[in-house]
Design a protein around this ligand. Sequence first.
Ligand code: SF4
Length: 397
Amino acid sequence: LITQQSQEELYKVLKENLRLQETGQAEQQKLVVVSIAPQCRASLAAKYKLSVQETAAKLTGFFKKIGVHYVFDTTFSRNFSLLESCREFVQRYKESETNKTALPMLSSACPGWICYAEKTHGHYILPYISTTKSPQQIMGSLVKDYMATSRGVPANLIYHVTVMPCFDKKLEASRSDFYNDIYSTRDVDCVITSVEVDTMLQQEGISLNDVEPVEIDNIFTQIHEGQLLNHAGGGSGGYLEHILKYTAHNLFGQDVTQINYKVLRNQDFQEVTLEVPGQPVIKMALAYGFRNIQNIVQKIKRGKCTYHFVEIMACPSGCNNGGGQIRPEGEETPKELVDRVTATYNSIGNSLPDSLKTVVDVYNEWLGEVGSEKSRKLLHTQYHEVEKMTNALTIKW
Ligand code: SF4
């Protein structure tokens, strides 16, 4: 899997495209799309000491130079993931009186955590995990369904590559749930990490600093008036933050502007309580890294978890510290590098998931109304209990 889904596979597709063009068979070429995660952009920006905006333009320039047709940004698909997670939480909250596994809702965007839950805790934990797809897989649906249909290109003639902060994203892309039987194609064909992009630059004998910048394609990019935008809430994409604000507004008529986190055992385990005058109504937590995840899982198994939502990420410090991110060089410590990547990641402005007109337009055109059958099919997934395996994880705990 690791060799199949790698930069070598991307190079093979690009080489074949060139051959088809040179032999007059251009109509058989694959449309090559690369979608870049904002954490990877921040990792490469930190290595090359560039701004986020410069890095996006230089990565676009690099990928287009080697034959890629479109370059997008998975912050765009994260809007859909955040919106759908907010709605799912409110629905589960309303069902929680009659459905014992409706809450706590556990986040689903981290495949390191999902693999661990499926292989280690099976049926105890899976019902609690949000069914909303991750930004990578929603981008897969956007590219292979919305884009393919709107441009009249069969999905299997699109080759979709994502650039992601960890190797577990390769496992996620290869799940059978994300395979399109009609077109015999995966929603994401190939996943490469930040380190692998850096290897590509080295193989081409070029530094990112010297790449000619090209404007990123803005159909699936979180951009407004030329400025790239992010979501509040840090390197995870801010699932807790957005769900808390949405719930406070929609269920309790409160507009939360400032979230006050209480640090528990460490920075990777924090909680937030929403109070309506006089009483706490919603409690949520962030749990990053294996020890904190185990703590939450044990609490749920013993029926002692008091949280309504937990944002779970397998890597300590979250995706900015993923196993596929650029490693420190020289005297810089891993912690110093992660701090720099995080500062770079946070250096651009934020927007709300439904504030961009392009997001609203694509949602309406693609999925119709909120909660439609199509939105359930294309924005949600399922999990499977698998045989227990030890050392099954590819991530470093
Ligand atoms: Fe990958 Fe780590 Fe992010 Fe999970 S937290 S998605 S394992 S980088």
